[in-house]
Design a protein around this ligand. Structure first.
Ligand code: ZN
Length: 697
């Protein structure tokens, strides 16, 4: 895979016809988005771009030089105009007079807001001085895999000179901050002809007089590195393959077994979501001779290890003679050992004022012959962590192929990981939502109540798998939810709840997609109405199949996962008022709903010892958005009650004289699925606007 990636050069995507009509700041945005569109140029959220632009001063009316630079926390690929911070250049230059030296460099961050131009609310990033003090109009700072491979080689200075001559300089490792900004200025003054500089263990700086020239310089320099690796990195990757790659379905089967168990073992403090990656670049690494020693060295670029922790955990699994049970049996000890190792690293490196130790669990799990599993606080973070480790693999492949790969020194890594400025950033993050890191599967997920439930759970941070028999409605529901909450957070699966094999496969897919399961909302339904003497056996069976057997099948699968995951669990049945109250002309339906409710009570009893809760919501007459309340059933009910306006009929029949909507049911489901009801199991909540017949007793 990497061969292919490095074999193809980066294309020059600059369209001058487009760019010519833009303002200078618009050209900066254009250049940034072009650069960020290719992961070989920079990783997600990594790197930054800037331009020094003459602007009309809102205070004096004169013209002043303003630094436009990517603000804190953005991504150059997706940044918009409001993602740049803007600062007066003369004020940034004046800060030099306030600098008290290296030990005090962090305090300089506090001065940056004082330099803000035009009341721009976008916070300036820690990298701002790096751009401000390079005495060139346009500056790119990127994290290209091919350049970091040079920067993370033992002889990176010599390699840089060998490849780029005097064109590109080299600076030793220095944590990004005020001091590095001054280093860059000094470098430019002493090397006026240089077009950029490689930062050891970190990345690339390039600069030019125009936006176009700057973009083209960045592309040219990276292409030169790619070409050089192609010609010189001829050794087999990572010492060559020594393990077989399992076939794709077996890789998924192993991931599916490992993920919930790992998730249970690392989720005590905070629920986590998983991601599985078995791309070619990963498989090359996890089958190689040098997997263990290279993994132990840790990652190099600061971005890489902030996202992936200082090093991954290599799982003890032999793809030549697979014994997954032995691997599972050893997981608890392996994870405990990783945590102890991390705690020892913290103790070795901490300073008097270091923030308290953070979650000591690994983020990246490498499985020989199978792939890579990552776990983080949400799905997007887990996926991005995996992308970062792929960047790190590319770097190790390049560096170890032409030299000796070196990770960042442990103390430097620690000083970035536990940097007080980094800690302040974490403290500013909003409190996690109530279902952050939780994973839910909702059957009947494309219908009225199912979709409203998915909305409710996702609004609280949960990942949701929508299961439904109606593929078209399912696709629509998934895109609606993805547009609202992000596509990382929702998956869908076409599932008939009465098909045992399909139910098992759907839950297995959920494990590979998200790493586990916390919440099952069993909601798939149907309704029928017929006097007993006209109820056919097939109508009777259909009700029992979907409402009783279907609920049994999905619950059984959820219970199997909950027990492997050992982190409790939560099942909510959407039953019906009719499970408690008899209703005329609907014996098959009412009986099946009663079976459902009793099943929930039995399961509540069985699950309690392992903190698995099972509760029921009983709706009544939720017509809006329902696929049940269309066609025949609606007509049958209307005929039974001799009315044209069923919604009005049900409203008037209720004690509170109110209609019941899908969102009302979703609210009760959310309550039962969340920790707000942590001490409730075996319960029924009626959401029916009041109906004395269905009072529980
Ligand atoms: Zn950087």
């Amino acid at each position: 895979m990497l061969d292919k990636q490095q074999g193809s050069r980066l294309a020059n995507l600059w369209d001058e016809a487009k760019a010519a009509a833009m303002s200078e700041s618009e050209r900066l945005l254009y250049r940034s988005n072009l650069l960020g569109s290719d992961k070989r140029i920079t990783n997600y959220g990594g790197g930054n771009t800037s331009a020094k632009v003459m602007e009309k001063d809102p205070l004096g009316g004169g013209t002043v030089e303003v630094l436009w630079v990517k603000g804190s926390g953005g991504d150059v690929g997706t940044i918009k105009m409001d993602g740049f911070s803007t600062l007066y250049m003369d004020k940034l230059q004046a800060l030099k007079g306030l600098y008290r030296g290296l030990e005090h460099e962090d305090e300089m961050v506090g001065y940056l807001p004082h330099c803000t131009f035009n009341l721009n609310p976008r916070a300036a990033s820690i990298d701002t001085p790096l751009h401000a003090y390079v005495p060139r109009t346009h500056v790119d700072h990127m994290h290209p895999d091919a350049i970091i491979a040079i920067a993370a080689s033992k002889n990176s200075r010599e390699l840089t000179h060998q490849i780029f001559g005097d064109d590109i300089g080299w600076l030793p490792w220095k944590r990004p901050g005020y001091e590095l900004g001054l280093w860059l200025k000094k470098f430019c003054t002493e090397n006026p002809k240089a077009r950029g500089v490689v930062l050891e263990s970190h990345g690339l700086f390039t600069w030019a007089g125009t936006a176009k020239e700057c973009y083209e310089t960045t592309i040219e320099i990276i292409n030169k590195a790619i070409a050089w690796f192609e010609a010189n990195n001829v050794a087999p990757a990572f010492g060559g393959a020594v393990q077989p790659v399992l076939p794709a379905d077996e890789r998924r089967a192993v991931a599916q077994k490992l993920m919930p168990v790992i998730r249970g073992l690392i989720g005590a403090e905070e629920s986590k979501v998983g991601h599985f990656d078995d791309s070619a670049a990963v498989l090359d690494f996890v089958t190689s001779k040098n997997l263990a020693p290279l993994a132990a060295l840790g990652t190099s670029c600061p971005d890489h290890f902030l996202r992936t922790k200082i090093r991954p955990l290599v799982i003890d699994f032999d793809p030549a003679t697979p014994d997954i049970d032995a691997t599972l049996a050893g997981l608890a000890d392996a994870i405990a050992a990783y945590r102890a190792d991390y705690a020892a690293y913290y103790e070795r490196c901490k300073h008097d004022n270091s923030p308290a130790i953070r979650d000591p669990n690994a983020i990246v799990y490498l499985v020989p012959g199978v792939g890579m599993i990552t776990f983080a606080k949400d799905k997007a973070t887990a996926r991005i962590s995996a992308e970062f480790y792929v960047n790190a693999i590319n770097v190790m492949r390049g560096a170890s192929g032409v030299s000796t790969y070196v990770g960042l020194p442990e103390q430097e890594a620690f000083d970035i990981e536990y940097w007080l400025l980094e800690e302040a950033k974490l403290q500013r993050m909003p409190k996690p939502k109530s279902l952050a890191g939780r994973i839910a599967l909702v059957t009947g997920g494309a219908g009225g109540i199912g979709k409203a439930t998915a909305h409710r759970l996702m609004a609280e941070g949960a990942c949701v798998v929508l299961a439904d028999i109606d593929a078209e409605a399912l696709a629509n529901a998934q895109s609606e939810l993805a547009a609202r909450y992000g596509k990382d957070f929702v998956r869908s699966v076409t599932m008939n709840v009465t098909d045992e094999a399909l139910v098992e496969k759907s839950f297995a897919d959920t494990l590979v997609d998200f790493g586990g399961l916390d919440i099952l909302v069993s909601n798939a339904g149907l309704a029928s109405s017929a006097p007993i003497e006209e109820t056919t056996l097939s109508l009777w069976n259909k009700n029992i199949d979907i409402l009783a057997t279907g609920y049994f099948l999905v619950s059984r699968e959820a219970f199997r996962i909950f027990r492997r995951q050992k982190a409790g669990g939560n099942v909510v049945f959407v039953a019906s008022k009719n499970g408690l109250a008899a209703s005329p002309g609907a014996a098959a339906y009412c009986t099946a709903k009663a079976a459902e409710i009793h099943l929930a009570r039995c399961l509540a009893l069985e699950g309690a010892s392992e903190q698995i809760r099972v509760n029921v919501v009983n709706p009544d007459a939720v017509l809006r958005g329902s696929k049940i309340w269309t066609g025949e059933w609606k007509e049958q009910r209307a005929a039974t009650y001799k009315t044209d306006d069923l919604e009005a009929h049900y409203r008037e029949r209720s004690m509170l004289k109110r209609s019941v909507f899908p969102e009302d049911i979703a609210e009760a489901i959310y309550f039962l699925a969340s920790d707000m009801s942590a001490k409730s199991t075996g319960n029924i909540i009626n959401v029916d606007a009041g109906n004395a017949q269905s009072f529980t007793r």
